[in-house]
Design a protein around this ligand. Structure first.
Ligand code: MG
Length: 269
């Protein structure tokens, strides 16, 4: 969800390269563990639409010059205070209040910040949408593999979101960050998810949009890290050793073959 330091291909430490392509060993794989935001769910697009509609309704768009400028500031406030939530400094509700206060540069009482955020959420949730390739990928992967979610957002929030989006039933477990939990990229977050599934990390693929926080961290924890690079970076041909890069979820089947033939579900036993 967040774009924390060191999460892109331009991170300071050198990234060894490997040729793209190749498939995972399907014999060893039992489950696919998913990130949610900006992997299955179009968080950035939903948030951009939601804040623009909310600011228009509040009469605040002109204050920020352009909708894109407003979104940039809104996103910056989210990243700052979501990081504080992940660090255990504040709870999820307080992180929302802090985002509102930072964005408006105003000292709002808790109730005022809560009300402002609630009005934003109505627009944001009205814009909630999956990426077009998410549903087909979940359907195809689910024919052969167990599936679960490991997210850094709150568990309750993600469970509700996935239910609203109509995909909650694909997942045995939906695991998020909590006050006592460990967040990605901490290996304990990945190992905890594997333990919840009763699987060895080597039996689990992790798919996420953040190179370092998702794919590299999963690989370091002993899982198979798959980086969903939807936009492609300037250094798009270089990925760390062992990490697989896909440009869309429609490419995931290619990594999991020959166990899955995504084009012919009737062939599965
Ligand atoms: Mg994500």
């Amino acid at each position: 969800m967040t774009q924390g330091a060191g999460t892109g291909p331009s991170a300071s430490r050198p990234i060894p390269t490997r040729p793209p392509g190749g498939s995972l060993d399907p014999v060893a794989l039992r489950a696919v563990l998913w990130d949610v935001d900006d992997t299955l769910f179009d968080y950035t697009g939903s948030d951009r639409t939601g804040i623009a509609r909310h600011l228009a309704a509040e009469g605040l768009l002109t204050r920020y010059g352009t909708a894109e400028r407003a979104f940039s500031l809104w996103r910056e406030a989210m990243e700052t205070h979501f990081a504080r939530f992940l660090a255990g400094e504040i709870d999820f509700q307080e992180h929302r209040r802090a985002r509102v206060r930072a964005f408006l540069a105003a000292r709002l009482a808790d109730a005022e910040a809560d009300a402002w955020f609630a009005r934003y959420v109505r627009h944001y949730e009205a814009a909630w949408t999956l990426f077009p390739d998410a549903g087909p990928a979940l359907e195809a992967v689910g024919r052969r593999f167990r599936q679960a979610v490991l997210s850094n957002a709150s568990t309750a929030h993600q469970r509700r979101k996935l239910a609203v989006l109509g995909v909650r039933g694909h997942f045995e477990e939906v695991l998020g960050a909590g006050p006592q939990g460990c967040a990605k990229p901490d290996p304990r977050a990945f190992l905890g998810a594997c333990a919840a599934l009763g699987l060895h990390p080597g039996e689990v693929v992790y798919v996420g949009d953040q190179l370092e926080t998702d794919a590299v961290a999963a690989q370091a924890a002993g899982l198979h890290g798959v980086w969903l690079d939807r936009t492609g970076g300037a250094d798009g041909n270089a990925v760390p050793d062992g990490v697989r890069r896909i440009r869309g979820l429609d490419e995931l089947p290619g990594l999991l073959r020959p166990v899955i033939d995504f084009g012919a579900p009737s062939t599965f036993g």
